[in-house]
Design a protein around this ligand. Structure first.
Ligand code: SIN
Length: 527
C-alpha cells in the first residue's frame, strides 16, 4: 500500500514525489529502468523562465505565438508567472545553473524574443536529474522501485460518471505482476518518441502513460501535434543524437549542400546563404515546426539524407567548452565544433498532446468527451500530459518549465485532496493459463513495422491516403499483439509494444481528425 504512486522518474516524477513525501505521504516511485533513464536526463538546451518581471509578457507572447493561437492563455500566463519561483525551488534542491558576471548565463533559442534559457552547459537535464535523484534518495517516506513497469491502472466506478483510482498492477523484475493499492496515481512517464524510427528520446519513451490512462477512460487530446527536432545528428547506422537549439541561439546556421558550396566559394555572412531564409525571415532560429519542415523539404528536394549545421564562423565563444556533451559525441566521429559542418536531420522529439489535465494536473475522464469530468485520484504531469501550454507547437525549453510548475501544483492538490484509506479487496492480475513463453522475434518485427508505418505515413508531413493506410496497418498490428497479450504473461517487450500500438492509433486518429494545417500538423491535402 502507498498513499501515492508516481510512475516515472524524470523532472516531473521526482519533483512531485519529493514534495508528497516531504508532506508525510507514503510515496512510491515506480520506474521501468534506472531512475536516471528519462528524457529529462537527455535534455540539453535548458529551462525557459521569466526571471525578471519585465520579461513576463514577452515570454507569454512568445509561447502563444509558437503555439499558433491554440494555447490556453490562462495556462500560459500561470506557468510563466510561476516560473521564477520554481527555478528557485530547483536551486534549493541543488541544481546548479550556469552563471556569469551579470547573474544567470541566459541562452537564446528559436521562437524566443529574449535570452531567457537557464542552462548547465549543454547538459541541463542531467544536472536537474542529478540533483533530484540525490534529494529523492535522501527523502523519508519515499520508496524508489527501479526495473518495475506499470501495466495497468485499477479503478472503481463510483457511479456512471465518477471513476476513482484504487491501485495499479506493476510488473516486478522477477516477472510477477504485483497489485499495489494506492490513494492516488501520478503519471509522469514522458513521451512516445519510439513510435518513430528516428527519435532523440531515450528507449523508455514508448507512450506507456498515455496508453494506460486512455485504456482506463481518460481523455487525451492534441496528439496530432508531434514535435520533430530539426537538428539531430545524422550519422549512418547510429541512433540520432540531439544537437541543441542553443547552438543556433549562438549563431549556428542551417545549410543544404548547395548553400554550403556557394558560401565556401563566395564567403561572407553564412546566415545569408541559408535555405531557411526561403521559409522564414527568422532564418535558422524560426520556431521548430517551421525549421523541421523546411529541413525535411530540402532533404526531399535534393535527395540528400541530411542538411548541415555550420558553426565555423562562431569565433567569439569557446564552443567546445560551452557544449561539451555534444563535442564528446562528435569525438566518436572525428568531428569538431567550430570546424566541420555537422550532418543533421529532423527526429521525433516531443509529444505536445497527451492526457488532458486541469491546472493541477488532475486527469479528466471522458464519458462523452464533450463534458469531461475530473478523474478522482489520477494525475498526469510532464510530457505525458496535455495542459494547454503548448497549443499546436511547443516553444523550445518550455517543457522542463511546464513539468516543474505542474509537479508543484499537482503535489499541493494531492496533499489537500487525498481520498480516505480503504480496505477494499483489489483484483489480482489474471495469470491463469498464461504461457510464459513469449516469442520475441515477432515482437521485434512488429515493432519495426510500427515505427516504419508511423515514420512514413504519420510523420512530419502527411497525406490522407497515407493516414488511412497507417490506420489499416496499425489495426493489423493491434490484432496480432492482442493475441500475444491474451495468451502470455506480460513482459516488458509486450507491454511496451501494446502501448506503442495504442498510442500510434490515437496519434493517427487525431491526425485524421484535424482538418486544417496548424503548427506541427501539416497535411498536404489540406490548405
Ligand atoms: C534543445 O536543446 O534543442 C531541446 C530543448 C527542448 O526540446 O526544449
Amino acid at each position: 500500500m502507498a498513499d501515492v504512486v508516481v510512475i516515472g522518474s524524470g523532472i516531473a516524477g521526482l519533483f512531485v514525489a519529493t514534495r508528497c513525501a516531504r508532506a508525510g505521504l507514503d510515496t512510491m516511485v515506480v520506474t521501468k529502468k534506472n531512475l536516471s533513464d528519462s528524457s529529462t536526463n537527455w535534455a540539453q538546451g535548458g529551462i525557459a523562465a521569466a526571471m525578471e518581471n519585465h520579461d513576463l509578457q514577452s515570454h507569454i507572447d512568445d509561447t502563444i505565438r509558437a503555439g499558433c493561437g491554440l494555447s490556453n492563455p490562462e495556462i500560459v500566463e500561470m506557468v510563466v508567472r510561476e516560473s521564477a519561483q520554481r527555478i528557485e525551488d530547483l536551486i534549493t534542491s541543488g541544481v546548479q545553473f550556469d552563471t556569469d558576471e551579470s547573474g544567470f548565463d541566459l541562452a537564446m533559442e528559436g521562437g524566443h524574443s529574449n535570452r531567457r534559457i537557464l542552462h548547465a552547459k549543454d547538459a541541463t537535464g542531467a544536472e536537474i536529474e542529478r540533483a533530484l535523484i540525490v534529494e529523492a534518495k535522501a527523502s523519508d517516506n519515499l520508496e524508489l522501485l527501479e526495473d518495475h513497469m506499470a501495466v495497468d491502472l485499477i479503478l472503481q466506478d463510483k457511479s456512471a460518471e465518477i471513476k476513482e483510482i484504487s491501485g495499479i498492477w506493476v510488473l516486478s523484475p522477477n516477472g510477477e505482476v504485483q497489485t499495489i493499492p494506492t490513494r492516488a496515481i501520478i503519471i509522469a512517464t514522458g513521451g512516445a518518441g519510439h513510435i518513430y524510427r528516428q527519435t532523440t528520446n531515450p528507449s523508455v519513451a514508448t507512450g506507456d502513460g498515455i496508453a494506460m490512462a486512455h485504456r482506463a477512460g481518460a481523455l487525451v487530446r492534441d496528439l496530432e501535434f508531434v514535435q520533430f527536432h530539426p537538428t539531430a545528428l545524422a550519422m549512418m547506422g547510429e541512433r540520432p543524437f540531439l544537437i541543441t537549439e542553443a547552438l543556433r541561439g549562438h549563431g549556428a546556421v542551417l545549410m543544404n549542400n548547395e548553400n554550403l558550396q556557394d558560401w565556401k566559394l563566395k564567403g561572407g555572412d553564412p546566415a545569408s546563404f541559408s535555405f531557411m531564409l526561403n521559409y522564414d525571415s527568422r532564418g535558422s532560429l524560426a520556431t521548430r515546426d517551421i525549421v523541421a519542415r523546411a529541413a525535411d523539404q530540402e532533404m526531399k528536394r535534393t535527395g540528400d539524407n541530411c542538411v548541415w549545421l555550420v558553426t565555423s564562423h562562431l569565433k567569439s565563444i569557446d564552443l567546445k567548452q560551452r557544449f561539451p556533451t555534444i563535442q564528446s559525441r562528435l569525438d566518436k566521429h572525428g568531428l569538431e565544433l567550430g570546424v566541420e559542418p555537422l550532418p543533421v536531420a529532423p527526429a521525433a522529439h516531443y509529444m505536445v498532446g497527451g492526457i488532458s489535465v486541469d491546472k493541477n494536473g488532475l486527469a479528466q475522464q471522458c464519458p462523452s468527451c464533450s463534458n469531461p469530468l475530473p478523474f478522482r485520484g489520477l494525475y498526469a504531469i510532464g510530457e505525458v500530459a496535455c495542459t494547454g501550454l503548448h497549443g499546436a507547437n511547443r516553444l523550445a525549453s518550455n517543457s522542463l518549465l511546464e513539468a516543474v510548475v505542474f509537479s508543484n501544483r499537482c503535489a499541493e492538490h494531492v496533499i489537500a485532496n487525498l481520498k480516505p484509506e480503504s480496505n477494499e479487496e483489489l483484483p489480482i492480475w489474471r495469470a491463469d493459463g498464461l504461457s510464459n513463453l513469449v516469442e520475441h522475434s515477432p515482437l521485434r518485427s512488429d515493432r519495426i513495422a510500427l515505427q516504419s508505418t508511423m515514420t512514413d505515413d504519420v510523420g512530419l508531413v502527411k497525406r490522407n491516403v497515407r493516414l488511412q493506410r497507417a490506420q489499416r496497418r496499425l489495426e493489423f498490428l493491434r490484432q496480432e499483439v492482442d493475441h500475444i497479450w491474451r495468451g502470455s504473461l506480460p513482459t516488458r517487450e509486450v507491454i511496451e509494444l501494446r502501448n506503442m500500438i495504442h498510442v500510434s492509433r490515437l496519434v493517427t486518429a487525431a491526425a485524421i481528425g484535424r482538418k486544417t494545417n496548424v503548427g506541427l500538423h501539416h497535411n498536404l491535402d489540406h490548405d
